[in-house]
Design a binder for this molecule. Structure first.
Ligand code: ASP
Length: 305
């Protein structure tokens, strides 16, 4: 039985534009689900779903990514295949339409796991990963192309980022299990609005914001990146499943509620097709598509929670 689950970030529950959010989540689920139904790989399914979300200006990834304090858009993404725990990731890349596709190129074409900045962008040209100019990215439009952060502003920026991350975060991600029982995860983000240029969050770090291991689970996280990094949150869920013998629902809720010390959410899938989608913010755009069923999507708390 194949399953795909997606998220569009943990944050506030904004009522305006809800229909659009549901429609994009469904489109992403259907793109990934079509691959799974054909017998395709979980890895291909999560990439396809995240590419749809990266094109939607509504989310903080790809086209809709938030700007740094300099007015630039810097993108992070990771894909991880449960088969052999192989990962590819990029951080701090600019002018790439689908950062998740570039992360996949790192996985497929290099012996490395994480490439950053100009080196990663060069790989895009080598492997025909689509570039996008400034006009594609909505937060770059109308800005002067990125004025440097004024000297001495770092502490203020840090405080501002600490106070405002969650409302602004609509990081995207997907997890899937294919009919072969293999799992995969993908996450893509523009980071935190107004972040210091060069800041990298948890999303592109295997084990922190993204993790997949066959026989265990696949995880894509969203939220307070610094807290997810230092608690190695996605891997922590896998450890509780692998060694603690907890189910994915219990493991992910435990990590989110008592291990992280920050707010956020995650989508998790098990090799048996169970799905967990806990969050500690008021809302998390999310959805699930099981083989032969209709897509299910939600933004606010689950009824009964
Ligand atoms: N975790 C992301 C980051 O820290 C932000 C988010 O999920 O909204 O870059």
């Amino acid at each position: 039985m194949s399953v795909i689950a997606v998220h569009g970030g943990a944050g506030l529950w904004r009522r305006e534009g809800e229909d659009e959010v549901h429609a994009i989540l469904r489109e992403a689920l259907q793109a990934g689900g079509a691959i799974l139904r054909r017998g395709g790989k979980a890895l291909d399914a999560v990439q396809a779903a995240v590419e749809i979300l990266e094109d939607a200006p509504r989310f903080n990834a790809g086209r809709g990514a938030v700007a740094t304090a300099d007015g630039t858009v810097e993108l992070d993404a990771c894909v991880m295949d449960g088969v052999g725990r192989r990962a590819g990731a990029v951080a701090c890349v600019r002018g790439i339409r689908h950062p998740v596709a570039l992360a996949r190129a790192v996985l497929d074409h290099t012996p490395h796991v994480l490439l950053v900045g100009a080196g990663a962008e060069r790989l895009a040209d080598e492997y025909g990963i689509e570039r996008a100019d400034d006009a594609w990215f909505q937060e770059v439009q109308g800005l002067a192309g990125g004025d440097p952060v004024p000297k001495g502003q770092a502490p203020a920026l840090r405080r501002a980022a600490a106070q405002t991350p969650i409302e602004e975060s609509e990081t995207v991600g997907a997890v899937a299990v294919d009919i072969g029982g293999h799992v995969a995860a993908a996450t893509s983000t523009g980071g935190m609005k107004g972040q210091w240029p060069g800041r990298v969050g948890d999303a592109p770090l295997p084990g922190a914001g993204t993790f997949a291991e066959d026989g265990v689970c696949a995880v894509s996280a969203t939220g307070d990146g610094e807290a997810f990094m230092t608690s190695v949150a996605a891997h922590e869920v896998a450890v509780l499943v692998r060694h603690g013998k907890l189910g994915i629902e219990e493991a992910s809720s435990l990590v989110l509620r008592s291990r992280i010390g920050g707010t956020g959410g995650m989508v998790v899938v098990s090799p048996r097709g169970e799905v967990a989608m806990p969050f500690t913010t008021p809302a998390m755009a999310r959805g699930v598509l099981r083989e032969d069923e209709q897509p299910w999507t939600a933004i606010g708390p689950d009824p009964g929670n």
